[in-house]
Ligand binder design. Structure first.
Ligand code: G3H
Ligand code: 13P
Ligand code: ZN
Length: 328
């Protein structure tokens, strides 16, 4: 059944587990996630980025998710819009049938100035008002996503007019989070705690102090009823990087967020864990391997089948690790 984000995360909070929110763009990714959810008896968050919506089109995404719900009627599914850039985008998704939307007011805003904070509050509160009116949940974002590698601000995200941001400036401020939640009424809040989007998060193998766990705990204490979201949560599996390289791919040395670190985040209040890159790596690795192994194969289903199976294994591992298995 289609359920809202609030319904899923309230249950996750009550029973102290985390739910992976997987990005989807096509049939194979949705099938992989649903098969893994069925195999592990897990609730599902399928999320579509702006890129996904322009790649597949909103109607195709809607119909694919409908097909997933029809095929697996016992699994609760939230259809979530990832990183909405404006209230208009969120409104379009709500009309299209999404049960949850993210209004990312930190996308356009330069969060270092007071006026950009006011802008974020204003657009997010606006989306909450229209979404809650029709039972749709809302995720907001506060902070500046960027890696804390070596205690440094992220290269792309961390440099502003006053130069590189300090660790304190880069992380979400607990007092501001409390104010933001009070003024917007969001169901979930994406926070900056040391992660960043994409495959190239860390250039060296990260240690155990990657995430700002103290900060997660402090924010969670201030806004216990608002569910914390961790973006940029791919672990960037080294074996899939190797597989991609072995079959002609060109990937630099790179590391992601270790699964154990994500589990520490969940233990301290994170409930929604966004993962896109890991599914991409598994599917690309499996496809490259299958194409190399079967050079005479002309039916792309042979390659898609392997890619889907690889993504299914990855999703099942995350459902298990985050304590989501058995909770559907
Ligand atoms: O938030 C970022 C996601 O990984 C979506 O990426 O815009 O390439 O679909 P995309
Ligand atoms: P990754 O790039 O780490 O998979 O993060 C995805 C994400 O945060 C989508 O919103
Ligand atoms: Zn994100």
């Amino acid at each position: 059944a289609l359920v809202s984000l609030r319904q899923l995360l309230d249950h996750a909070a009550e029973f102290q587990y985390g739910i992976p929110a997987f990005n989807v763009n096509n049939l194979e990714q949705i099938q992989a996630i649903m098969r893994a959810a069925k195999g592990t008896d897990s609730p599902v968050i399928l999320q579509a980025s702006a890129g996904a919506r322009s790649y597949a089109g909103e109607a195709f995404l809607r119909k694919l998710v409908e097909a997933a719900i029809e095929t697996y009627p016992h699994i609760p599914v939230c259809m979530h819009q990832d990183h909405g850039a404006s209230p208009a985008v969120c409104q379009a998704s709500i009309r299209s049938g999404f049960s949850s939307v993210m209004m990312d007011g930190s996308l356009l805003a330069d969060m270092k100035t007071p006026s950009s904070y006011e802008y974020n509050v204003e657009v997010t509160a606006q989306v909450v008002q229209l979404a809650h009116y029709v039972g749709v949940s809302v995720e907001g974002e506060l902070g500046c996503l960027g890696s804390l590698e070596s205690g440094q601000a992220g290269e792309e995200d961390g440099s502003g007019a006053e130069g590189v941001l300090t660790r304190g400036q880069l992380l979400t401020d607990p007092d501001q989070a409390a104010d933001f939640v009070a003024r917007t009424g969001v169901d979930a809040l994406a926070i900056a705690i040391g992660t960043s989007h994409g495959a190239y998060k860390f250039s060296r193998k990260p240690g155990g102090d990657l995430l700002a766990i103290d900060r997660i705990r402090a924010i969670h204490q201030r806004i216990p009823a608002t569910h914390l979201v961790m973006h940029g949560s791919s672990s960037v599996p080294q074996d899939w990087l190797e597989e991609i390289r072995k079959h002609g791919g060109d990937v630099r040395v790179t590391y992601g967020v270790p699964v154990e670190e994500i589990i520490r985040g969940i233990q301290n209040g994170v409930r929604k864990v966004n993962i896109d890159t890991d599914i991409r790596l598994a599917m690309t690795g499996a496809m490259r391997r299958a194409m190399a192994a079967h050079p005479q194969e002309l039916d792309p289903r042979r390659f898609f089948r392997d890619a889907t199976a690889a993504a299914e294994d990855l999703c099942a591992a995350r459902f298990e690790a985050f304590g989501c298995a058995g909770q559907a």
